[in-house]
Design a protein around this ligand. Sequence first.
Ligand code: NAD
Ligand code: TYD
Length: 335
Amino acid sequence: MRLLVTGGCGFIGSAFVRMALARGHEVTNLDKLTYAGNPANVAEVADHAGYRFVHADIADADDVAGALKGVDVVVNMAAESHVDRSILDPAAFPMTDVVGTAVILDQARRAGVARFVQVSTDEVYGSIAEGRFRETDPVEPSSPYSASKAGGDLQALAWHRTYGMDVVVTRGSNTYGPRQYPEKLIPLFVTNVLDGEGLPVYGDGQQIRDWIHVDDHCAGIFAALERGRAGEVYNVGGGNERTNLEVTERILEYTGASRDLIRYVADRPGHDRRYALAAEKLHGLGWEPAVNFGDGLAATVAWYQDHRSWWEPIKSGEYRAYYEAQYGDRGAADR
Ligand code: NAD
Ligand code: TYD
């Protein structure tokens, strides 16, 4: 297949691009190269005969139309992706995650692509105290990020209903692995430990996330792409619920660092307490997560230990300004 992957210089996108090329597909990677887009993430495939890079914004209809020539399937992963940034400054989120998604959906429709895969998130469902979210549950997003993602996700389903376009939506759970920008919980805490810095745990640290390895997430997107039914949503859940404190303690264990690095800081506003996904529908397509959490997390910690040259340049400049705004005068947690 000839795939157009957007956001392929990001964390999940770059893993998906590598997986697609390894499976023999041709890939055009369209990426705006925001702060989170890093060409180093795809450096090892840059000269692959089946790979092409287009530096563009998914909200630019002309650039998208050009990149779509000869494409069979679109996998739309480009997004503003971080909840805390969406709380500090939401403006960019609807521009990419809502407007950009509408633009690329419509250009893909006009180009007559065979399938459009919208990569969404479990966060569109909001928080769940007990049980697990199913694909039929209503969306009830809490943050500016998840509200924008819900907008993109619902538009994709609307393009199916209105235009009969072949659209599949995946809703993935919290993803971890190599090359994740060090603003999200796991890479932030791993790199802070390696720098001897504190670990800012929000609130009581008892919030629960359903963690999935990036390779399992990408394989789940492939299963939905290849075998999903048009107009359907597929949860891509790891079936691996952990409290944030448990994840933090594992990182301390794998790095041999002290618990003294833990700092309980003021909670995130609108913080979802628990995410949990029922992924049986995707299991029905023959997909199961394969990476054990302990093994995957230990390997991820080792990757950051071995790749300081990847993350040290990131943790300067714009990142320091973000870090100061996000954590600078954050008070202690009210636990
Ligand atoms: P990321 O922030 O690491 O990467 C996003 C990429 O999109 C970057 O390369 C960036 O340059 C690019 N981009 C941003 N705006 C763009 C635009 N307007 N046009 C073109 N490119 C643009 O994100 P990620 O963590 O790899 O997430 C990828 C996708 O998966 C997102 O849609 C996200 O919502 C979804 N998702 C992420 C997780 C997670 O835990 N990281 C979980 C579920 C779903
Ligand atoms: P994050 O990686 O931002 O993913 P999401 O908000 O999309 O789930 O956060 C994962 C969990 O970790 C979430 O409950 C918030 C918490 N967290 C902290 O406690 N401290 C931090 O510095 C960060 C970034 C997250």
